[in-house]
Design a protein around this ligand. Structure first.
Ligand SMILES: [Zn+2]
Length: 163
């Protein structure tokens, strides 16, 4: 099950990159959201919520990012919300919402969104190539515009060793 989610999320992220990414690193999920006509706002969400996405009928989806979080985290949360959006769109849902609580229990939708975000910001081919070229964690953070935790998680997920 987990393996299947991982693969489906990767395929979805690849499709979105093919159609809506300008090819420049770091991948800018805000621009991709804009291309998909999704509004992105920063907001005061309190200390326990990283972000949320709200889609109402006959309206554009709106993503809210916690304005107190650093840019790399906001970007990852934005990419995660794009994952929720894509999954729902594929199902034909026109109304939905997700809220990202820190440390919340994971379910299949959250796993999907998390893998989607990792694949969107750190595409496997390029990420692997950088690691094989000897990139260190701080290089990966800079190239892909992600936090240290996200870069390390991606290495583990792809079975890569880094110096
Ligand atoms: Zn989520």
């Amino acid at each position: 099950m987990a393996r299947l989610i991982k693969e489906v999320a990767r395929e979805a992220a690849d499709l979105v990159l093919d159609d809506f990414w300008d090819g420049e690193f770091p991948v800018d999920p805000m621009r991709i959201a804009e291309a998909l006509q999704i509004e992105v706002w920063t907001a005061n969400l309190g200390p326990d919520v990283s972000g949320k996405i709200v889609k109402e009928a006959n309206a554009n989806a709106r993503i809210y990012l916690n304005r107190d979080e650093i840019e790399t985290r906001q970007n990852f949360t934005c990419a995660h919300e794009l994952g929720h959006w894509w999954e729902r769109r594929e199902r034909g849902d026109t109304e939905f919402s997700f809220v990202e609580h820190r440390g919340q229990l994971r379910n299949a939708h959250e796993w999907y969104a998390e893998h989607f975000a990792a694949n969107l910001l750190m595409p496997a081919t390029e990420f692997t190539a950088e690691c094989e070229d000897g990139a260190r964690v701080r290089d990966l953070m800079r190239i892909f515009g992600v936090s240290r935790a996200a870069a390390l998680q991606r290495c583990r997920s792809l079975g890569l060793e880094i110096g």
